[in-house]
Design a protein around this ligand. Structure first.
Ligand code: 13P
Length: 251
């Protein structure tokens, strides 16, 4: 049985004051609720320290939005796995479509980052997903197969089982257009079957595959009730404590 994981990707939002408000609001909104999901918040690097202190003793766990390929040294602007570990992160998002689109990240780079994160004992949330053009060309399954194969290259079965895959159709991110539950489930089935053929059905069965793309309180329940959808990677709707809490309690 896979545990559902609901992660909030804050993207480039919230300074330290806003971080404090949002985490305190989330703690209050979740207080006393019995939860069936792991809760993750992924603030910007500058808020990780504050977030770490605020989540202590709560159900909330911490993730980062990106990581360097390198351990230390002359890489201006970069942050290493070791630094993320030291600030209390358990998860790291790698290969978000915005990193692919604006920072030139390829499957190869994402694969190397996932390996770094796993070697450091953290859990990568590895993103894949087709563009609108690719969906309209009916090549979604091929794109997902290529991306999944590329980002997992060289990982052991044990490492894949520890990883999270986030299916984020690029056309659904920040657009208010959510994949239907059928479209999302179908994509998750494709990803899981790629993992089954690369590794084994038993390994594929263990991998948490999240859906991301305009997840909101009012569509979370139907998406999360699909058999292959094991959680959500939430953007816009995680920036308000109540709406993020409603997604979490929809599980
Ligand atoms: P939205 O929920 O704002 O569509 O963003 C999804 C996303 O990119 C999460 O990583």
């Amino acid at each position: 049985m896979r545990t559902k994981v609901i992660a909030g990707n804050w993207k480039m939002n919230n300074d330290i004051t806003q971080t404090t408000e949002l985490i305190n609001g989330l703690k209050a909104a979740l207080a006393g609720k019995s939860l069936n999901a792991t809760v993750v918040v992924c603030p910007p690097f500058t808020s990780l320290g504050t977030a770490q202190q605020l989540i202590a003793g709560s159900v909330i766990t911490l993730g980062a939005q990106d990581v360097s390929l390198y351990d230390s040294g002359a890489y201006t602007g970069e942050v290493s796995v070791g630094m993320l570990k030291a600030v209390g992160c358990t998860y790291v998002i790698v290969g978000h479509s915005e990193r692919r689109q604006y920072h030139g990240e390829t499957n190869e780079i994402i694969n190397q980052k996932a390996k770094k994160v796993l070697a450091g004992g953290l859990i990568p949330i590895i993103c894949v997903g087709e563009t609108l053009q690719e969906r309209e060309q009916n090549i979604t399954d091929t794109v997902l197969t290529t991306q999944t194969t590329g980002v997992l290259a060289g990982l052991t079965a044990e490492q894949v089982e520890r990883s999270i895959i986030a299916y984020e159709p690029v056309w659904a991110i920040g657009t208010g257009k959510t994949a239907t539950k059928e479209q999302a489930e179908q994509a998750h089935v494709v990803i899981r079957s790629v993992i089954a053929s690369l590794y084994s059905p038993a390994t594929a069965d263990k991998v948490v595959i999240q859906y991301g793309g305009s997840v909101k309180a009012d569509n979370a329940k139907e998406l999360l009730s699909q058999p292959n959808i094991d959680g959500a990677l939430v953007g816009g709707a995680c920036l308000k404590a109540d709406s993020f809490a409603s997604i979490i309690t929809a599980v």
